[in-house]
Design a protein around this ligand. Structure first.
Ligand SMILES: Nc1ncnc2c1ncn2[C@@H]1O[C@H](COP(=O)(O)OP(=O)(O)OP(=O)(O)O)[C@@H](O)[C@H]1O
Ligand SMILES: [Mg+2]
Length: 306
């Protein structure tokens, strides 16, 4: 059975639309105008246990919104969703025990207490038995080289140190599914490589399924046999990493071309379990209709805040 099963998953936000100028601002005080933004637009996504999937797309594509629905933080506007056999936003308590989440921009650790104490609190929250907790902590601290960091308050950690602790925190309860939203943002190359090795290892050793969002395509190339490319809330490509690399072209070039509306290469198919999304050839400008221009520009790779 699939570990993630999303059908026509959709999320719309109602956004305040301001009128231009001072007079407009004055009118806004009395009658507010809203517009609907479809951040995730009827996506179908199936992920099997043990897969490592790269979920990529330009700023504002809807990646974080998808992850928030998959983790039960946001309630979908429409569609069907089953993750680890649960409807995420409905069965919160049972569901969160089965997943781990890291948002690179946010911390799940308590700022003023030592990392070890945060871990203890998480152990209680997730109801992890002592022996199991010690075994997991030993393993995670070893692979992520946490060592002395465990006794330092989170606020005194560097970004890379904290991120290693965040990963450990997300895995202390032994989830079968791990969501990572830009986990390597701002990290130096050594920490980044260590985190890559770590993710590879937990996938190999425990069969942990990983959905990874990142603007670092080297992370994707190193980790993800399967790539899903999202733009304006719609999936443009879902298939094997190898199949989207054109002859002699690196992933970055190909992905840039896709974002700019060119067709995906790879000819006959997208590899095992992969599929090419048919309307892609028309370019994203042709999508019209429900397409929404996201805020904050469309520059890829800027690593803007989600
Ligand atoms: N809480 C919210 N209220 C209103 N609009 C939102 C909200 N969260 C996201 N959006 C909008 O939904 C769209 C998708 O945002 P999302 O954060 O999912 O993009 P993303 O793919 O994660 O981008 P990035 O690469 O910048 O992190 C954007 O247009 C954004 O402005
Ligand atoms: Mg985001």
């Amino acid at each position: 059975m699939a570990i993630i099963e999303a059908r026509q998953l959709t999320k719309e936000f109602r956004k305040f639309k301001s009128r231009p100028g001072l007079a407009g601002a004055f009118r806004d005080l009395f009658t507010r105008r809203y517009e609907t933004v479809r951040a995730v637009d009827a996506i179908d996504l199936t992920v099997e246990p043990g897969e490592v999937v790269g979920y990529i797309g330009p700023n504002g594509a809807g990646k974080s919104t998808t992850i928030k629905m998959l983790t039960g933080i946001l309630v979908p506007t429409a569609g069907h969703l089953l993750v680890n056999g649960c409807v995420p936003h409905r069965e919160r308590e049972r569901f969160v025990r089965t997943i781990g989440v890291v948002f690179g921009q946010r911390s799940q650790l308590w700022w003023d207490i030592a990392v070890r104490e945060s871990f203890r609190l998480l152990q209680r929250i997730y109801g992890v038995p002592d022996a199991e907790y010690r075994r997991r902590l030993d393993e995670l601290a070893g692979v992520l080289e946490l060592g002395d960091l465990l006794d330092v308050p989170v606020r005194k950690l560097s970004l890379g140190q904290r991120m290693r602790c965040e990963l450990a925190a997300a895995l202390l309860h032994g989830p079968s599914l791990l969501f990572l939203d830009e986990p390597t943002i701002g990290l130096d190359v050594v920490v980044k490589l260590r985190i890559r090795d770590f993710l590879r290892e937990i996938n190999a050793r425990h069969g942990t399924t990983i959905l990874l969002t990142t603007h670092d395509l080297a992370d994707i190339e190193a980790l993800c046999p399967r790539v899903v490319i999202l733009d304006r809330g719609r999936i443009l490509y879902d298939g094997a990493l190898d199949a989207i690399r054109r002859d002699g072209q690196g992933l970055e070039e190909v992905v840039r071309a896709i974002y700019q509306g060119e067709a995906v290469g790879g000819g006959a198919g997208a590899g095992p379990g992969g599929r090419r999304v048919p309307e892609l050839g028309g370019g994203r400008a042709a999508e019209g209709g429900s397409a929404v221009e996201p805020e904050g520009g469309r520059q890829y790779g800027a690593g803007g805040a989600g």
